[in-house]
Design a protein around this ligand. Sequence first.
Ligand code: ATP
Length: 273
Amino acid sequence: MSAGRREVPLVEVRGIGVRFGGLQALDEVSFAVGQGEFVSVIGPNGAGKSTLFNVISGVQRPTSGEVLFDGEPVRRSRPDLVHARGVGRTFQVARPIGSLTVRDNVLLGAGGHRLRGVLSSLRPRSRDRALQLRVDELLELAGLTAVAHRPASEISPGDLRRMEIARALGDEPRLVLLDEPAAGVGSDGLTPLAELLGRIRERGVAVLLVEHYVGLALSLSDRAVVLNRGRLLAVGDPDEIRGNQAVIDAYLGTKRSRADGGVQQSTGSEHEG
Ligand SMILES: Nc1ncnc2c1ncn2[C@@H]1O[C@H](COP(=O)(O)OP(=O)(O)OP(=O)(O)O)[C@@H](O)[C@H]1O
């Protein structure tokens, strides 16, 4: 960045509030994600992490505040419009099409608007070939080549999570929102997942990661956003977050080490590890 020129963040969350009846699920939450930045969103159960993802991806209309992409406000909360601006996401509960192969599940993600735009100048046969190569590349990226032809219903939870991420990457997103990708993967699945997340980082795709395995999340992140009861408790680099007393009191203070070296919070949401 040249001196005096302020780079516009990829995404800016400005004063977001979400109210469900009498419950303030998010309250005046503001932070930004830069191009290619890896940011974790951590906090105890019910802190508002998924609600925040729903706002950013256009599923949930905020009660107050706004989200900006490339400095421009998103005027209508519509997932299709947000997706078209380059936002992919995975969900807390995986959503595979179990009867389709892993390859076809990933292919579904690669058929979207943005990638079609990139390939539109090609003849149909070349386009199809380019799409298939893109799927091959995503399968390799996610360590799924060996299970590519198996039905999604038959693969391990760890493979399933990485398949969902590969699918979310299919339409050339500039930002992916990953909601608890380590949930249920088991200790065997953590290393391939961490490798995939590291590769996404290297490709310059920005990541917002909600993860209860805080050790894993912080080890990959440029910065972390900590939520507690809908409010922003802290934003900082991993070392600042680990040393922040308010974060330790509200969240990290309950940590327990796991045999795999990760840290998962004992806050009532126990995922199989
Ligand atoms: N559609 C909804 N209607 C009413 N309340 C909701 C709704 N969605 C979320 N909530 C409430 O809003 C609060 C924040 O929920 P949210 O799922 O965003 O938290 P979270 O940090 O993602 O939690 P977890 O770690 O358990 O997934 C919770 O108290 C939850 O019960």
